[in-house]
Design a protein around this ligand. Structure first.
Ligand code: NDP
Length: 284
């Protein structure tokens, strides 16, 4: 049986780290402020919002919610972003996406001040990740994958990592972050030839495709470390990852579960980024 790389101890470690930092900021009269910006009432967004609110509250981070009507205009959303940018009590902003299809989403993302872009959605923040620069923040899910690998002491230098999925939210940034740590990275996607063989050859596999339980035994080999980033629902409405956990767990060396894996750490990374954003205002 594989070692289960649970998110819980990672979450606890981050909470411990954050606790002291929130207290030091409070001593300087700074209360960390998180803006949650939502358009409409999508169930996924509402669920993530509740989780983020609860986590922030437990850590002493103040939440400010902005909810815009589904029919909001480009100018309306950008005005809400301007307000966040200009509000000194807000240190970081999480905007739920996707935005409605008639909105130019990248323009909205780029309107957010880089220092408050705690989920790496702006072009500037992503450019920093791609250029190995330390301003801005990386997308939280990619950062959560790195946290999990580090918490469980998975060696990265020289390791062959296969990342399946090339989105700007997960696949591409995680590939860059792994490269920075001297891993050898193969970035795969829906057109990759003989994907199962490519995956089997890796030391570490990161699956981020959004395809429920698509990756089965033939894609894996013994001793591999598997990070399953997918958050999907199967035909029965059950939450599951991209990896067929029951089939793959007996083969590999270590694997993150879904639920209880990367997803749970992502919210904690978001909180860590808010705290860091608040700290940066004191050293600016
Ligand atoms: P996208 O739909 O933006 O990207 C999916 C990627 O997977 C694409 O690059 C696509 O390839 C690739 N892909 C799709 N099908 C296959 C296939 N059959 N074989 C190989 N590659 C394939 O998804 P996201 O990156 O936004 O999200 C991925 C998953 O991560 C989802 O399940 C999402 O819910 C989850 N997620 C998890 C989070 C967490 O905190 N754990 C946070 C955010 C998302 P191509 O480019 O060729 O189309």
């Amino acid at each position: 049986m594989a070692k289960r790389l649970a998110g819980k101890p990672v979450v606890e470690k981050i909470a411990e780290e954050i606790g002291g930092r929130v207290a030091s900021l409070a001593d300087k009269g700074i209360v960390c402020g998180l803006s949650l910006l939502r358009v409409g009432e999508r169930p996924d967004d509402l669920s993530y919002e509740r989780t983020a609110e609860k986590r922030a509250e437990s850590l002493g981070i103040e939440v400010r919610k902005t909810v815009l009507d589904e029919g909001v205009s480009q100018a309306g959303i950008e005005a809400a972003i301007d307000e966040v940018n200009g509000d000194e009590s807000i240190h970081g902003c999480l905007m739920f996406r996707p935005l409605p299809s008639d909105i130019n989403e990248q323009a909205v993302c780029d309107a957010l001040a880089t220092e408050k872009d705690i989920d790496g959605i702006s072009s500037a923040a992503l450019a920093a990740v791609f250029m190995d620069r330390d301003f801005g923040f990386a997308p939280c899910t990619a950062a959560a994958c790195m946290r999990v690998l580090d918490y469980y002491d998975v060696p990265l230098e020289g390791a062959h990592v296969v990342v399946v999925g090339r989105s700007l939210v997960i696949g591409k940034p995680i590939a860059m972050m792994l490269l920075r740590r001297n891993a050898t990275v193969t970035l795969c996607h829906s057109r990759t030839k003989d994907l199962a063989a490519v995956m089997r050859a890796a030391d570490i596999v990161v699956c981020a495709t959004g395809r429920a339980r698509m990756f089965k035994a033939e894609c894996f080999s013994p001793d591999q470390v598997v990070l399953d980033v997918g958050i999907n629902f199967d035909e029965a409405g059950k939450l599951c990852g991209d990896v067929d956990f029951d089939e793959v767990e007996p083969i590999v060396g270590a694997i993150t579960p879904v639920p209880g894996g990367i997803g749970s750490v992502t919210t904690s990374v978001l909180m860590a980024h808010v705290v860091e954003a608040a700290e940066r205002t004191t050293s600016a």
